[in-house]
Ligand binder design. Structure first.
Ligand code: ATP
Ligand code: MG
Ligand code: MG
Length: 557
């Protein structure tokens, strides 16, 4: 029979169901901070959180983790909603904001103060850092650590009332300054920030820190399994500390589970760095087709199915690893292979005149829409004396193993005749402007006497009489090196030196006439060239296409 292997998160859930820890509930959340656009790493987290809940008949919340008012805005909120939907996931009526809980989180902090578990500190952030110590040395207690509950309540109230300037005071958890885990050395849980919040406006001038707001929000929403990335593993004791005094009606407090974040070769995977690319104009925006953002890969022509397939294939691991970008490319080829129409487009055209073909004659040719999927049917193309082929399909002095067109050589035009290069026409500077060919009139594919005559090369082409001028954008990777850009490791300057300065080539191409009937977002295979999508820059009289990926498939060997 088929063996169903479960990932380690599913094993945890099975254990929790067996022990009835959550009354067999599975409730996950996807908690983005609305400070940028989502990227493919987030897609992994989305697929994981929504996917696991679905598998167990559970629920998933979409929660905006909006505790950092200076960097967040509604443009990002809207883009995130759009991207999650596009990926095919539905949060139903479970859309939440951490800022909705500011009152509850505040009340809970007051409770901790009353329990003697939190205190207001007057040390500066530099002092707090210095007092915290290092891995080898214990931290030093703040002189304000033993303030009375009454004084802490009064000061925290005054912080909230706006009596103090940014940074003047903080609220800290009172845990253990000698803990071997630095995260447990009295972390700051509230700070003063006089900033306008995109949802709560000026109501608050104190904001909870992520490490406090996050577990409390999970508890408020009665999340069962709080799935996050590996860098939070050391924060887990703090996560548990933060919610230990939370009163859940059924005593079911969430648990944090960490998994390895996704890194992909050739891709920058950090919102902070992506923002630098946008702000410096290195890309045209968050949705530039070279960007690893969901908006970028969507515009590039990736489908939601291909991204979900990718996330399935990479699986969930507990150790960090880097996935080769060729796997992502494999997934889109697989998805489009049978569903994208295959048409002919000459990316970098050069004119071919078939000198012995009658002037003014047009033949109609029937072409298959997808050689691997007969159900997609056929279409009509035209053929005439003047056609275009791709510049790379001709060599005046052919190198070894070049089996395409060259002086004196024959090639077959796909669906049409065998032609032979008779003459190369050049301009005054020696550039090739036209190729003159003869043809074998008996060689028409499917009908001619020589229909099956074999020649070494078969080329794609378009009829010059009805070809459509289009703009083709061919992309290269944004990062030069094979290595991925590792999250916070490199600083912004280093990372900019890794950027490939030639990641976009624009061609004035000639497409088969049928392209006019398609619209932005439609996908194709251009025969012998790769997979393409019509870009939203397309207007009534100017079609723009993006190359998604070439045909070469180095993955599935
Ligand atoms: P970045 O580091 O790129 O700025 P982030 O982690 O700060 O991303 P959040 O908005 O906080 O971004 O992330 C929302 C969720 O997505 C979090 O649960 C986070 O763990 C997850 N996530 C972010 N990046 C990745 C990644 N590369 N792989 C898997 N999950 C990720
Ligand atoms: Mg974050
Ligand atoms: Mg981050």
């Amino acid at each position: 029979g088929t063996e169903i292997t479960k990932n380690f998160i599913e094993n945890f859930i099975d254990e929790d169901n067996a022990s009835n820890k959550y009354g067999k509930r599975v409730h996950t959340r996807f908690p983005p901070e609305p400070n940028g656009y989502l990227h493919i790493g987030h897609a992994k987290s989305i697929c994981l959180n929504f996917g696991i809940a679905k598998k167990y008949g559970g629920l998933t919340n979409l929660r905006f983790d909006d505790t950092n008012p200076s960097k967040e805005n509604t443009e990002f909120v809207e883009s995130i909603k759009k991207d999650v939907k596009w990926l095919g996931f539905d949060w139903g009526d479970r859309l939440y904001y951490t800022s909705d809980y500011f009152d509850q989180i505040y009340e809970y902090a007051v409770k901790l103060i009353k329990l003697g578990k939190a205190y207001v500190d007057d040390l500066t952030s530099e002092q707090i850092k210095a007092y915290r110590g290092t891995f080898n040395t214990p931290g030093k207690e703040s002189p304000y650590r033993n303030r009375s509950v009454e004084e802490n309540l009064r000061l925290f109230e005054e912080m909230k009332a706006g009596k103090y300037a940014d940074g003047e005071k903080v609220l800290r958890a009172k845990i253990d300054m000698a803990s071997p885990n630095i995260n447990m050395r009295d972390p700051v849980i509230y700070r003063i920030l006089h900033a306008t919040h995109h949802r709560t406006g000026d109501k608050w001038c104190i904001y909870p820190m992520y490490d406090f707001a996050h577990p409390v929000s999970d508890a408020i929403e009665r999340i069962t399994h709080s799935i996050c990335t590996l860098e939070f593993e050391d924060h887990r004791p703090l996560y548990e500390w933060c919610i230990q005094d939370w009163e859940d009606p059924e005593g079911q407090l969430p648990r944090q589970i960490e998994f390895a974040r996704l890194n992909v070769t050739k891709m920058v995977m950090s919102k902070r760095k992506l923002r630098v690319l946008v702000e410096k104009g290195i890309v045209s925006g968050w949705d530039d087709p070279r960007m690893p953002t969901i908006a970028g890969i969507r515009r590039r022509g990736y489908t939601p199915e291909s991204i979900r397939d990718f996330c399935d294939r990479i699986g969930v691991a507990k150790a960090d690893s880097v996935v080769d970008i060729s796997l992502l490319e494999y997934c889109i080829r697989e998805d489009l292979k049978l569903k994208a129409p295959r048409i002919m487009t000459v990316i970098d055209p050069i004119k071919v005149v078939i000198t012995d073909y009658p002037d003014g004659k047009t033949e109609t040719i029937t072409a298959e829409n997808n050689q691997e999927n007969e159900a997609m049917g056929t279409r009509q193309m035209t053929f005439s004396k003047n056609i275009y082929i791709d510049r790379k399909d001709f060599m005046e002095e052919p190198v070894k193993k070049f089996f395409r067109l060259a002086p004196g050589r024959e090639v077959r035009l796909k669906y049409a005749y065998i032609i032979k290069c008779e003459e190369v026409i050049k301009d005054a500077d020696g550039n090739i402007v036209e190729i003159h060919c003869s043809h074998d009139p008996e060689s028409m594919s499917g009908t001619g006497k020589n229909a099956n005559r074999k020649v070494k090369g078969t080329l794609h082409w378009v009829n010059a009489d009805d070809a459509v001028d289009i703009e083709t954008r061919v992309y290269d990777y944004l990062l030069k090196d094979a290595d991925t850009d590792d999250e916070e490791e490199t600083d912004s300057k280093d990372f900019l030196s890794q950027i490939n300065p030639h990641s976009l080539d624009v061609y004035h191409s000639k497409a088969e006439a049928c392209i006019k009937q398609y619209k932005a977002g439609d996908h194709f295979q251009f025969l012998r060239e790769g997979y393409f999508v019509i870009d939203p820059d397309t207007t009534e009289d100017h079609i723009v296409v993006n190359r998604i990926v070439g045909l070469r498939d180095t993955w599935a060997k």
